[in-house]
Structure formats: structure tokens, C-alpha cells
Design a protein around this ligand. Structure first.
Ligand code: HEM
Length: 367
């Protein structure tokens, strides 16, 4: 009813939630062009304090964004990602084997949807996958924090920083064929990557590499459990899996909102005046249920033909990991349905609950 929705922010500035599909695309595209030499929306907010997130490519504009993205793009191209396929299949098989060995009920999040992407991104980066539970804790604190001054948040960020400092030292002494060793070499050359940017890059890849794909696998399976006929169709026709993944991305978008954009100037956005300094966010999950774009948007339909969702964003910050996430999602579902043809929700457990994390949509558990 009010598609450009005002929310109070920090007293001085206003924040806006953009909810229509066309507006969301326009907004996400707008920090990739410069009109009349003045930028309208920026991903950057000035701050004096150093922290390990400040220099993430998600939070910076061109030309820094272009430079940072170029450094890692070759590692995430569809062709490079294709080479990971045998290893992703093997990880998935190993996890399913462990699930079969358990004599207690399994949890699809803890036992499968979480470990799969975190092992993949850890191996790609060159971070010990055995440490995944500690990343999960740090990552959870970071994405759940409502206030960056909270003690838990500050402690976990400090622990994460110390961990990475030690890891960089080890890799410097013993380089390997992994992304961190490559980035360290780039940092040493001194032109393309600063030390702070290196921290931010690794933190972003660890967090974005698993916090999202765990939701893709968990949310899509949850939607399938709630639509048993479609789960049956998928078992009988695994060729439908890529479409089920796209519908999972649209219907329960793993990332609910874009990251923040800040208005650099006053601007008139479809009749609404947005003032310089205001915070603007795109509601990806709302755009993906826009009735002007999708027929029967609230219907989960794995046979949906036109599915131009914006679950991976749009414009210059379009998800770097989209080809990887899609491949992990497809392999995860294919292997799971093959290993457990009678899979279903454990009706004796409490109903699954959504995690209370503002930017992300994912389940706490899926027994
Ligand atoms: C950016 C979603 C998986 C790395 C984004 C954005 C979205 C998104 C919506 C843009 C945010 C914005 O414009 O503010 C997702 C979803 C995923 C997923 C739904 C899984 C289902 C991954 C994976 C990686 C990754 C596996 C692994 C490396 C990134 C990075 C960016 C990004 C580095 C920033 C790109 C830039 O600033 O140019 N993602 N993502 N994502 N994603 Fe993903």
C-alpha cells in the first residue's frame, strides 16, 4: 500500500524500504551510474573506526569496488566453479553417509545445509574446514548484531580478527594453491589490495559463502515439505531440480534485503523525496512476490516458467557467488532426495522457526 516505505532511523536521518520489483531493480542499478557527474546512491558510509568489515566490496563504490571485485571474480566464474563439481558431490556424499549412520533423528540444517557450503568455501579460501563451528558462531553474532557496540559483537569480531591474522601469517610462510595465498601475494605487491581490504574480503567471502546457501537449501526443502505433491514430482523427475532451486530463491529469498545504500544528494524517487544522507534499502523478498511481475506470487510452483527473481541482487553488486550457490543447491537437493527417498519433516518436533536475523531468511532447525 505504500511501496516506498519510511522507517525511522537514527533520529537525524530517515530510512526507506523499497518494495516494488521495478523500483528495486532501479535502486540496485543506481550506484552503478553517474548522472551529471554526481552520484545519487552510494554503498559507503564515512566512518573513522577501523573494523574488519569496513572495506568489503559490498560496501564500497567504483573505482574501489571494480578493483576489489576484479581480484576475486576469476575464482567465481561459472567455468572455474564447474571444476569444483566433483568435490562438492563428494562432500555431499560424505555428509549423507554420516547422516545415515546416526541413530537419532537428523537435522537438515545442522547436518547438511550448513556444513556443505562452509566446507566448500573454506577449501576454496584455504581456511581449515574443521574450524567451521567457530566461524558459525562468529558469523551468527555478526549478522544478528543490532548494535555494533554490544560486548558479544566486539569480542567475536576481535577473535575473528586474531584468527585471520594468525592464518595469514601461516599462509605467508607456507603458501598453498588457495584464494588466501593468492590474495596475500596481491597484498604484498602493494598496489591492488591493502591489508584492511584483505581482512574484509576474507570475512565477506566466509560469511556470504555460507550464511546464504544454508538458507537456500533449508528454505527450498522446507517449501517442498509443505508442498508434498511437488516434492513427489521432483523425486520422479530430477530434471526439475534447477527450476525448484530458482523457485526456492524467489519464494523464500535467502537474503531478504539488499545491504544499505546512502543518498548522496536529494532525489525524487517516484514521487517520494529522499534526502541526502538517508538510508535506502531494497526489499528483495518483497520484489520477488510482486504481483505485477509474477503470476500468483504467493504460490510455490517449481514448474514456474518466467522466474526473473532478484534473489542475487542486481547491478554492480550482483552476487559474486551466484554460480557457486546454484551449483551447491542443485547438488544438495539431487543427492539428498536420492539418498533419502522417503524424506519428510519430523512431525514430533516443534514446527521450524525462522531465525530472527534482519537481512537473512533462514530456519533455525529443520528436523
Ligand atoms: C552479493 C545473495 C551466495 C558472495 C550478494 C547480493 C545478494 C546476494 C542479494 C547483493 C547485495 C546488495 O546489492 O546489497 C546471495 C544469495 C546466495 C548467495 C541468495 C545463496 C543462495 C553467495 C556465495 C558467495 C557470495 C556462495 C561466495 C563467495 C557474495 C559477494 C557479494 C554478494 C562477494 C558482493 C558482490 C559485490 O559487492 O560486488 N549476494 N548470495 N554469495 N555475494 Fe551473494
Amino acid at each position: 500500500h505504500q511501496p516506498i516505505f519510511p522507517m525511522p532511523y537514527d533520529g537525524n536521518s530517515q530510512s526507506w524500504i523499497i518494495t516494488k520489483y521495478d523500483h528495486v531493480k532501479e535502486l540496485l542499478k543506481s550506484n552503478s551510474f553517474i548522472k551529471d557527474q554526481s552520484k545519487f546512491l552510494s554503498s559507503t558510509r564515512e566512518s573513522d573506526e577501523f573494523n574488519i568489515f569496513q572495506n568489503m566490496m559490498l560496501d564500497v563504490d567504483p573505482p574501489d569496488h571494480t578493483r576489489l571485485r576484479k581480484l576475486v571474480q576469476p575464482y567465481f566464474n561459472p567455468k572455474t566453479i564447474k571444476q569444483l563439481e566433483p568435490r562438492i558431490r563428494e562432500i555431499s556424499d560424505n555428509l549423507l553417509e554420516e547422516m545415515k549412520q546416526k541413530d537419532t533423528p537428523v537435522d537438515l540444517i545442522d547436518d547438511y545445509a550448513f556444513p556443505l557450503p562452509i566446507i566448500v568455501i573454506s577449501e576454496l579460501l584455504g581456511v581449515p574446514a574443521e574450524d567451521r563451528d567457530i566461524f558459525r558462531k562468529w558469523s551468527n553474532t555478526i549478522v544478528s548484531a543490532s548494535n555494533e557496540m554490544e560486548t558479544d559483537f566486539m569480542e567475536d569480531v576481535q577473535a575473528f580478527t586474531t584468527y585471520l591474522t594468525d592464518l595469514f601469517e601461516q599462509r605467508k610462510n607456507h603458501p598453498a594453491d588457495d584464494l588466501i595465498s593468492h590474495l596475500l601475494k596481491t597484498e604484498e605487491d602493494g598496489e591492488q589490495l591493502t591489508r584492511n581490504e584483505l581482512y574484509s574480503m576474507v570475512v565477506l567471502l566466509i560469511i556470504a559463502g555460507h550464511e546464504t546457501t544454508v538458507n537456500l537449501i533449508g528454505n527450498t526443502m522446507y517449501a517442498l515439505f509443505k508442498h508434498p505433491n511437488q516434492l513427489e514430482s521432483l523425486k520422479n523427475d530430477p530434471a526439475l531440480i534447477p527450476r525448484a532451486i530458482e523457485e526456492g530463491l524467489r519464494y523464500y529469498s535467502p537474503v531478504d534485503f539488499s545491504t544499505a545504500r546512502w543518498a548522496e544528494n536529494d532525489l525524487n524517487f517516484h514521487g517520494q523525496i529522499i534526502r541526502r544522507g538517508d538510508l535506502v534499502m531494497a526489499s528483495i523478498s518483497s520484489a520477488n512476490r510482486d504481483e505485477e511481475k509474477f503470476d500468483h506470487p504467493h504460490l510455490f510452483d517449481i514448474t514456474r516458467k518466467r522466474n526473473a527473481h532478484v534473489a542475487f541482487g542486481f547491478g554492480i553488486h550482483f552476487c559474486l557467488g551466484a554460480p557457486l550457490a546454484r551449483m551447491e543447491g542443485k547438488i544438495a537437493l539431487e543427492k539428498l532426495l536420492h539418498a533419502f527417498p522417503k524424506i519428510g519433516l519430523d512431525e514430533t518436533s516443534p514446527a521450524p522457526q525462522w531465525r530472527s536475523v534482519f537481512l537473512l531468511r533462514g530456519l533455525d532447525a529443520l528436523p
